[in-house]
Design a protein around this ligand. Structure first.
Ligand code: FES
Length: 220
């Protein structure tokens, strides 16, 4: 027997863009020719998610569908395809932990365990105070500095369980934290560049240059 679920109207509170964001919505829609407004679905989802506390609610989906004259299911399909859109409530600090091979080989599992223990949450859930949520994602595109974690819009790289927990502690206490490599690596340069005489970018670039090919004469 098929089970029917009746949803009350207030389970999906309506969403409206703020007047400031509505100007941005109109600017995005205006980029596309008449009849092709649906092409603005990605920037509208991003804008709406940011206004909506980090997630895409049914109300937001319906509002975007209305603005772009497209079926709500099509908006939902797009939101469900990209992991950058969260279809359920997330914490104020949404942690996306990369679990793909390079990060996994460099200790992503230990990071995950340390995070779950520190926050007392499981993967895919939100902490009791609503401040943090954790999900495992595929490659974040910063493998060279693995293991990597993204928190909201910032990347944290070259992590250890200890440095990761320190970052969570700092966020929990409202402190400023610095993104990027947590071991002072210069961008994605080899660690050998992190010497006292290679502290600026120019030195790091010089230090990472490939050795010149030996002249034929030298090689003889
Ligand atoms: S594998 Fe983790 S960033 Fe690519």
């Amino acid at each position: 027997m098929t089970k029917m679920t009746v949803r009350r109207k207030d389970e999906h509170p309506a969403f409206r863009f703020s007047s400031e964001n509505m100007e941005k919505v109109n600017a995005h829609i205006a980029k596309y020719p008449e009849g092709r407004q649906a092409s603005a679905v990605l920037p509208l989802l991003d804008l709406g998610q940011r206004q909506n506390g980090g997630w895409v609610s049914q109300g937001l989906i319906e509002e975007i569908a209305r603005l772009l004259s497209m079926p709500a299911i099509r908006v939902h399909e797009v939101a469900a395809f990209y992991t950058m859109f969260n279809l359920k409530l997330v914490g104020k600090h949404h942690i996306q932990l990369c679990g793909t091979t390079p990060c996994w080989l460099r200790g992503a599992e230990d990071l995950k365990k340390a995070c779950m223990k520190r926050l007392n949450i499981d993967e895919g859930s939100v902490s009791a105070d609503g401040k943090f949520s954790l999900v495992e994602v595929e490659c974040l595109g910063a493998c060279v500095n693995a293991p990597v974690v993204q928190i909201n819009d910032d990347f944290f790289e070259d992590l250890t369980p200890e440095s990761f927990v320190q970052i969570i502690d700092a966020l929990a206490n409202g402190k400023e934290i610095k993104g990027g490599s947590q071991i002072g690596r210069q961008c994605s340069a080899p660690l050998s560049c992190n010497t006292a005489d290679a502290t600026d970018n120019e030195s790091a670039v010089k230090a990472t240059k490939m050795p010149r090919k030996r002249k034929v004469k030298d090689a003889e």
